[in-house]
Design a protein around this ligand. Structure first.
Ligand code: F6R
Length: 610
């Protein structure tokens, strides 16, 4: 996790670094810091534990800082608590400063070796070994770039680095192995950052570095080489990201903004992918048709919220006769996969940089899975570049740590995949025109559901003093209950568990009492009668129920049972619509509790460590 940024310019880089850190804060917010070369041979380094605002306070207290070269970092702590001492940049010998996103796996071994060489460490971080290695190699006669190459050769793990030398103002060296890193090209300026959004206020011209690349950035010249020093050519790209899409506007939180953008996000994701009667296979890639023709099974791999999207898709795909397995990426790698032939691996990821998902995709390739498709929201992310087929969700930048619009657009992508897969099996009578019509109506149903906000706001009051909550559903809505519980726990810190309602009587019913709110997702589908019985079982034991139902469910509010009616939609897309009230519920509970909604404690948006 962690975000890094660096800049060389002919004007003061401090505002550029602080603006970039603000845009990168979603990657971690335990501490932040920067080092700026204020005159040849001299840095000013400032660091502060806590969110970026703390660093800004420290800057204000330190008066004028002016320099044309600098690096900065926002941290998600892995090795060592989030103190000032452990904050980046780390400095060695007073002249080399370094920021790192990632983990050095052999840091203990390297630290002992460096201590034997007489090096004294200032922090508990794994990163500090890198800067000390570079400094030591320079003391022993290597130039700046060679010392970096030699040091990297001894490191194990995945990381992205930004490094400056106080004796060489106007120069930043970056290195990428595993963690994302891009170079920005401006007018008389050049930059390094973890993502494009960090630099969008400065430039639209970018180079995406590949694993193993080392970039030597000077104001007028950028050279990319590999570890052996061979010069590499990387294409320059233009980003069409709208800077306003990463602004909060008049919303209180990014999560709120993103929840309310979901109708538009769905329209944008559908645009150009469908006609009135057909899903265009090419939206998955030029070779999609050929690969889909051979596909006999699907293996979905993802983490967290993206995993929940995969669980919904399993119901859809199996309904059209396509066998489908779904697995958490971090566990997929611990099993043997004996029959990967003609199986399409589908990875789901908002960021495209989740290391667990990337590792699982690599493992799937090693196991001999035939082909891969990434459903992802970030162009040029590692997942996109490592996959054969790609479907980009057009949700726009998602800044709030809790994923909302990315989830909904992943579901849209998976529904399109289902429609395409259904063509393979004429026995399963999915009417393509009808399915497309349902998807076209989705943005309007989402907008209608968002109008439930005032009612949900009232209900949220009932959770403010609660420690625990249960979420119940059956069938395809069970993953939606899982997602609702995840949203509630991650942003409001209320412990929430989702159960398949049939499992209630096998244990969790013992937890039910008047202090345990029970949320149920209850559309009028084939499971509704059984679900109603489960609802009654909870009521009979004094449990307080909040039931999201559609108007055809024929459930009405009475003692200990509050029913909120959600727009009635076709059963295929109802999991998408029923997601919305659960997101709003989590948001309003968190708002009442006063938590940091966009940056919940201990989390980060892009999880680039295993
Ligand atoms: C929860 C959440 C996480 C992510 C997970 C995977 O709201 O956002 O559970 O879904 O970390 O991230 P991506 O989709 O970027 O691979």
């Amino acid at each position: 996790m962690c975000g890094i940024i660096g800049a060389v310019s002919d004007s003061n880089v401090l505002p550029i670094l602080l603006d970039g850190l603000k845009r990168l804060e979603y990657r971690g917010y335990d501490s932040s810091g920067f080092a700026i070369i204020v005159e040849p041979g001299k840095f000013i380094r400032l660091r502060a534990p806590g969110k970026l605002i703390e660093l800004e306070r420290t800057v204000n207290a330190n008066g004028n800082i002016d320099g044309f070269t600098g690096i900065a970092h926002t941290r998600w702590a892995t090795h060592g608590p989030p103190t000032e001492q452990n904050a980046h940049p780390h400095i060695s010998g007073g002249r080399i400063a370094l920021v790192c996103n990632g983990i050095v796996e052999n840091h203990e071994e390297l630290r002992s070796w460096l201590i034997d060489q007489g090096i004294q460490f200032q922090s508990e971080t794994d990163t500090e070994v890198i800067v000390n290695l570079i400094q030591l190699h320079m003391e022993r006669g290597l130039d700046f770039l060679s010392a970096i190459r030699t040091s990297i050769q001894t490191l194990k793990g995945a990381f992205a680095l930004g490094i400056v030398n106080a004796d060489e103002p106007g120069r930043i060296i970056g290195a990428r192995r595993g963690s994302p890193l891009i170079v920005g090209i401006g007018e008389n300026s050049a930059y390094l950052a973890s993502d494009i959004a960090a630099l969008i206020a400065q430039t639209r011209k970018f180079i995406v570095l590949e694993n193993g690349d080392i970039v030597d950035i000077k104001q007028e010249e950028i050279q990319i080489t590999n570890l052996d020093g061979h010069v590499l050519n990387r294409d320059m790209q233009f980003s069409d990201m709208n800077p306003q899409s990463v602004e909060l506007g008049n919303r209180r939180h990014y999560m709120e903004k993103e929840i309310f953008e979901q109708g538009q996000a769905v329209s944008d994701t559908l645009e150009g992918r469908i006609t009135t009667s057909r899903v265009l296979d090419e939206c998955f890639g030029i070779e999609a048709r050929q690969i889909f023709d051979k596909t006999e099974r699907i293996q979905i791999i993802a983490c967290g919220t993206s995993y929940h999207a995969g669980l919904v898709a399993r119901y859809w795909l199996e309904d059209v006769g396509m066998p489908c397995q779904v697995e958490i990426a971090s566990e997929f790698i611990y099993r043997n996969h004996p029959t990967p032939k003609n199986c399409l691996v589908v990875t789901l990821s908002q960021s495209g940089e989740t290391i667990d998902t990337l590792t699982a995709l690599d493992y799937a390739k090693q196991c001999g899975y035939s082909h891969s498709l990434a459903i992802c929201n970030v162009p040029d992310s590692s997942l996109v570049r490592n996959s054969e087929l790609v479907f980009m969700t057009h949700a726009g930048p998602e800044i709030g740590v809790a994923s909302t619009k990315a989830f909904v657009t992943q579901l849209v992508a998976l529904r399109l995949l289902t429609i395409v897969m259904a063509r393979k099996n004429s026995l399963h009578n999915l009417n393509e025109t009808e399915s497309i019509r349902e998807l076209r109506e989705l943005p309007a149903s989402i907008e209608a559901t968002l109008n439930l906000e005032p009612a949900i706001q009232k209900i949220a009051q009932q959770f403010a003093d609660k420690q625990h909550a249960l979420f119940l559903a059956r069938g395809i809505h069970f993953p939606i209950a899982l997602e609702g519980a995840l949203k509630l726990k991650e942003i409001s810190y209320v412990h929430a568990e989702a159960y398949a309602a049939g499992e209630l009587k096998h244990g969790p019913l013992a937890l039910v009492d008047r202090n345990m709110p029970v949320v149920s997702v209850a559309p009028n589908d084939a499971q509704i009668d059984k679900l109603k019985s489960n609802i009654e079982e909870v009521r009979a034991r004094g449990g307080k129920l909040i039931v999201f139902a559609d108007s055809e469910t024929r459930l009405s509010s009475r003692e200990n049972l509050q029913v909120i009616h959600v727009a009635s939609v076709e059963s295929t897309i109802s999991p998408i619509v029923f997601t919305i009230p659960l997101q709003l519920l989590a948001y309003h509970v968190a708002l009442i509790k006063g938590t940091d909604i966009d940056k919940p404690r201990n989390l980060a948006k892009s999880v680039t460590v295993e």
